[in-house]
Design a protein around this ligand. Structure first.
Ligand code: 4MI
Length: 396
């Protein structure tokens, strides 16, 4: 194909009810359509192949984030909230924000959280084992992060019920203004106000990750207002994502008894199991970039000022890159997946996410003999996140 040939066009709508119900059934068609595809419904380009998605993530000068990483182009539409100074920013602003967040989330502070996280996971799994019949989502995938992450950041107890509705809003807002968006924004003002208030220094504990961010304001690395926005980033990105990934873990383990057995005999596979879950059922399915100039890919071109949907979930199952991509295998080398993104914007909280995921997996592997489905899992539908609302399980 000549590099300036028009891109193939697809009528697939990645926000239609059919697509959101089962995105994986559409990914192959999107990958096969070409390395980059025009989506006629939204007038954006979509990339679903691993090589192209990864090349875009590795070229933030061409594929910028400051015009928003959702469907909406901040150059044309006003964002629903003041933009994130890390997610929705380019260098040099991004570089400065990233340095502050990665320091606040550094190895030292993560290592100090590990004992409490592991103890909590053991305790929770022990309690659930006594009950036997549980909802894997409410009782474990939600209960665990909610019982460790807000404390680690240093958020007040009162009003924490706003955290999940805020995440739902934020991740729906990366998509179109559809019914899902409208529904999650029903109490938007109250929820967003509570979040903004909790990001202020005086509402945070003085020994949490939030306080570590504000310490950088004292050193002049960021302004106090920017420190507040970085705390907001943690509260936006830090719960739904881990909840969905622990939910995906339970879904995968319950559906693949052979892999569960393998994990039982080799608990050291906890880490690679969590990595494989993020490849196999990527909670963050879609993020956009915007082209700052004409992009010449391998055999195709994307014009400047174009919104480009990077389909992370599809890239993570691209047979051009992965052997037997639809096969869930906890001992495969799944590192290199783009479930945490890649390059300068790769998830800055991934160590804490892994700590949570692995703590749950290790607690399950050491205490639980069998994990069985006790009913039909129910999907939770969101414009960006793929996951479950309920997974009835029986633990023995
Ligand atoms: C990829 S998940 C995510 C990351 C960062 C933010 C929100 C969601 C933010 O607000 O900075």
């Amino acid at each position: 194909m000549a590099s300036n040939a028009p891109l193939p066009v697809s009528a697939i709508d990645p926000y239609s009810p059919e697509y959101l119900a089962d995105p994986y059934s559409f990914h192959e068609a999107l990958r096969e359509a070409g390395p980059a595809v025009w989506l006629s419904t939204y007038d954006v380009v979509l990339m679903a192949r691993y090589a192209e998605v990864r090349a875009a993530l590795e070229d933030p000068a061409t594929f910028c984030s400051s015009r928003g990483v959702g469907l909406s182009d901040f150059a044309k539409e006003e964002p629903w909230r003041p933009p994130s100074i890390i997610l929705e920013a380019d260098p040099p602003l991004h570089t400065r924000s990233r340095a502050v967040l990665s320091d606040a989330l550094s190895k030292v502070s993560i290592a100090s959280l590990a004992p409490a996280f592991e103890a909590r996971a053991e305790q929770l799994v022990g309690d659930l084992l006594e009950r036997g019949s549980i909802d894997g989502i409410k009782d474990l995938a939600e209960a665990f992060p909610l019982s460790v992450f807000p404390d680690a950041v240093g958020v007040v107890e009162e009003g924490r019920e706003n955290l999940l509705p805020y995440g739902d809003m934020a991740f729906n807002a990366f998509g179109p203004r559809n019914a899902l968006f409208e529904k999650s924004f029903e109490n938007a003002q109250m929820v967003a106000e509570w979040i903004a208030t909790q990001c202020e220094r005086q509402h945070l504990s003085d020994d949490g990750i939030g306080a570590a961010i504000y310490a950088h304001a004292d050193r002049g690395d960021v302004s106090p207002a920017e420190a507040g926005l970085l705390v907001r980033s943690l509260l936006t990105a830090g719960l739904d994502t881990t909840i969905f990934s622990i939910g995906a873990t339970l879904f995968c383990l319950a559906h693949h008894p052979d892999q569960w057995e393998k994990l039982k005999t080799e608990p050291r596979l906890a880490r690679s199991a969590f990595t494989e879950v993020l490849r196999f059922l990527s909670p963050a399915q879609n993020f956009y970039r915007t082209t700052t100039c004409l992009y010449r890919g391998d055999g195709f071109e994307i014009p400047a000022d174009t919104k480009v949907l990077l389909c992370l979930g599809a890239a993570n199952r691209d047979p051009r890159h992965w052997d037997a991509p639809d096969h869930f295998d906890i001992s495969r080398r799944a590192t290199g997946h783009v479930g945490f993104g890649y390059g300068i914007h790769a998830c800055v909280g991934q160590q804490i996410a892994r700590l949570e995921g692995e703590a749950v997996i290790k607690a399950l592997a050491s205490r639980v003999a069998t994990i069985e489905l006790a009913g039909e899992p129910v999907r939770r539908i969101n414009n960006t996140l793929y996951g479950y609302d309920s997974i009835p399980l029986r633990l023995t």
